[in-house]
Design a protein. Structure first.
Length: 101
C-alpha cells in the first residue's frame, strides 16, 4: 500500500456562500413534493374513473353481444369483469378484488 506524503503548509480559510444553492435545492424539493401530490391525485381519480357500476357493465356487455369486440372484452377484463358464454346467453361476473359497483 502506498503511503501518503502530506505536508502542511499552513491553514486556508474558505468562506463560501451556499445560500443560493440551498434556496435552489429547497425549490426542487417543493416541486418534487407537488409532483408527488399531483401523481397521487391522478391515481386516485384514475381508480375512481375505472370503477364501473352494474348499469355501465350491462351497457358494455350489450355492445359486446352486438359486436363481439375483443376491445370491449379486454376493457371489461382490465376492470375486473369476466364475460362468459352460457346456454342462456352471456353472463358477467366481477372478479374477486375487482372494482365495486
Amino acid at each position: 500500500m502506498a503511503e501518503s506524503k502530506r505536508e502542511s503548509i499552513g491553514k486556508i480559510k474558505i468562506d463560501l456562500d451556499v445560500s443560493d444553492a440551498i434556496t435552489g435545492l429547497k425549490a426542487v424539493q417543493r416541486e418534487a413534493k407537488a409532483a408527488t401530490k399531483a401523481l397521487a391525485e391522478l391515481e386516485r381519480v384514475r381508480d375512481r374513473r375505472d370503477c364501473l357500476n352494474d348499469e355501465q357493465v350491462d351497457d358494455l356487455v350489450g355492445e359486446y353481444i352486438k359486436s363481439r369486440s375483443p376491445w370491449i372484452q379486454d376493457f371489461l377484463n382490465k376492470n375486473g369483469i369476466r364475460i362468459s358464454e352460457v346456454e342462456e346467453g352471456i353472463r358477467w361476473v366481477r372478479k374477486r378484488g375487482g372494482a365495486p359497483s
